[in-house]
Design a protein around this ligand. Structure first.
Ligand code: NAD
Length: 432
């Protein structure tokens, strides 16, 4: 099938490469010329495990191409996916200007019947707006569909190639047939293609993210409770996670959820709820509590170090989670700004997010080429992201390099007892 993917970010690039991998002819279009130039040379602007060889292979074999000519990509395709960003507007609602501008372009280049699919995360009712924007520009028959994406950054290729389920909101036989043909190869092992009406598909995406965000937030609150009453959140996590109704995933407490999706999607869903007269009270609280949680690492450092001014703190991990270079809404953004404002010198390390960190922090922090370089002369180590390479701490090396003995680990990577035995003043999340 001939497919255009408009927007070549984390989602568009992974889906473009994934659809090409299954034998489709895919053109990925983006208005960012420098991104497209890099992609043509297989120089990926993002880090995502397994993506680079897939892009290179499909480009070499002629199934995947990149262009800034969005109109041309649309004209060559039967199915057009809109995968552009939907960042929060000033009031927190989803900014649909990119989506609707692409819809306008699609209308202007509707040279034959096509299926126009919203892949971006958009509020309920957006497919109708897309339909209106396209129809305003063309008399050619077309269908719209909603196909929200559930991939996780850091495991995006795996998630896209082997999805738990594919949600497809359709209201025409043409759209259903095209999407069934496109996606059946991805669910040969039996996971469902869930066809439904378009509003249900649009709500499903927000509901899934809201459910996960609430779960993380509840665990963070259990962690605070555990700290007050002398319980251990790790035991509580195993205890509740073994209940089949609850399950083990997404039960790790931490410095508050971040990333490009949960924060903005929770805010946007709250706004939709208010607008339609079905306020999502629980989610309003989730959002507030999560913002507060991002302050926890600094409070823990203050408790351990006393006055922060003039101290040196090493930070391990800047990305919002492991296996990605994405720092959007990462706890690190809040923590770094708070610590700098208090006069703390920062020595930071991240396996993949250093370029992004340089862009955001400039020369206000010191960038360590190696994780142990970050520890030189530090009064404290703060572990913010759960990268695998941080999971084993070389106690002797850390003691030699650090000036102080404080380790604040908001990902619970280390064993408290062992840390104390090795002479560290150790604090983690929700553990005695
Ligand atoms: P991104 O910011 O990484 O990429 C968006 C791309 O769209 C950019 O390259 C930008 O240049 C391009 N773009 C913007 N306007 C354009 C236009 N008019 N024409 C062509 N290209 C244009 O965003 P992302 O993380 O890939 O997210 C895209 C959508 O998918 C969002 O709605 C997001 O909520 C949703 N989503 C993201 C994830 C994730 O993990 N990142 C997961 C599921 C869903």
């Amino acid at each position: 099938m001939n497919v255009a993917v408009v927007g070549t970010g984390y989602v568009g690039l992974v889906m473009g490469a994934g659809l090409a991998e299954m034998g489709n002819t895919v053109i990925c279009a983006d208005v960012d010329a420098s991104k497209i130039e890099r992609l043509k040379k297989n120089d990926l602007p993002i880090y995502e495990p397994g993506l680079e060889p897939m892009v290179a292979r499909n480009q070499l074999e002629g199934r995947l191409a990149f262009t800034t000519d969005v109109g041309d990509a649309i004209e060559r395709s039967d199915v057009v996916f809109i995968a552009v960003g939907t960042p929060p507007d000033e009031d927190g609602s989803a900014d649909l200007s990119h989506v609707l501008s692409v819809a306008d372009t699609i209308g202007r280049h509707m040279n034959r019947p096509k299926v126009v699919v919203t892949k971006s995360t958009v509020p309920v009712g957006t497919a109708e707006k897309v339909r209106g924007a396209v129809a305003a520009r063309t008399k050619v028959k077309f269908s719209v569909a909603s196909n929200p994406e559930f991939l996780k950054e850091g495991a995006a290729v795996q998630d896209f190639m082997k999805p738990d389920r594919i949600v497809l909101g359709v209201d025409s036989a043409e759209a259903e047939a095209a999407l069934r043909e496109l996606y059946e190869p991805f669910v040969r092992s039996g996971n469902p293609l869930l066809f439904m009406d378009i509003p249900s598909a649009e709500v499903t995406k927000y509901a899934a993210n809201a459910m996960l965000a609430a779960r993380i937030t509840l665990m963070n609150q259990f962690a605070s409770l555990c700290e007050k009453v002398g319980a251990d959140v790790d035991h509580v996590r195993s205890g509740i996670g073994s209940d089949a109704r609850i399950g083990k995933a997404f039960l790790f407490p931490g410095p508050g959820y971040g990333g490009s999706c949960f924060p903005k999607d929770v805010k946007a869903l709250c706004i939709t709820g208010r607008e339609v007269g079905a306020p999502l009270d629980v989610l309003e609280v989730v959002e507030r509590v999560n913002e507060r949680q991002k302050g926890v690492p600094v409070e823990k450092l203050r408790r351990a170090l006393g006055a922060l001014s003039g101290r040196t703190v090493a930070i391990w991990g800047l990305a919002f989670k492991a296996q990605t270079d994405d720092m959007r809404e990462a706890a690190a953004l809040v923590v770094v700004e708070k610590l700098l404002a208090e006069g703390v010198s920062l020595r930071v390390h991240d396996p993949k997010a250093m370029d992004e960190a340089r862009r955001r922090f400039g020369d206000r922090v010191t960038y360590a080429g190696h994780r142990y370089d970050a520890l030189k002369g530090a009064d404290a180590l703060l572990v913010l992201t759960e990268w695998q390479e941080y999971r084993v701490l070389d106690h002797e090396q850390a003691r030699k390099l650090m000036k102080g003995r404080v380790v604040v680990d908001v990902r619970n990577l280390y064993e408290p007892e062992r840390m104390r035995e090795h002479g560290f003043v150790y604090d983690s999340i929700g553990r005695p």
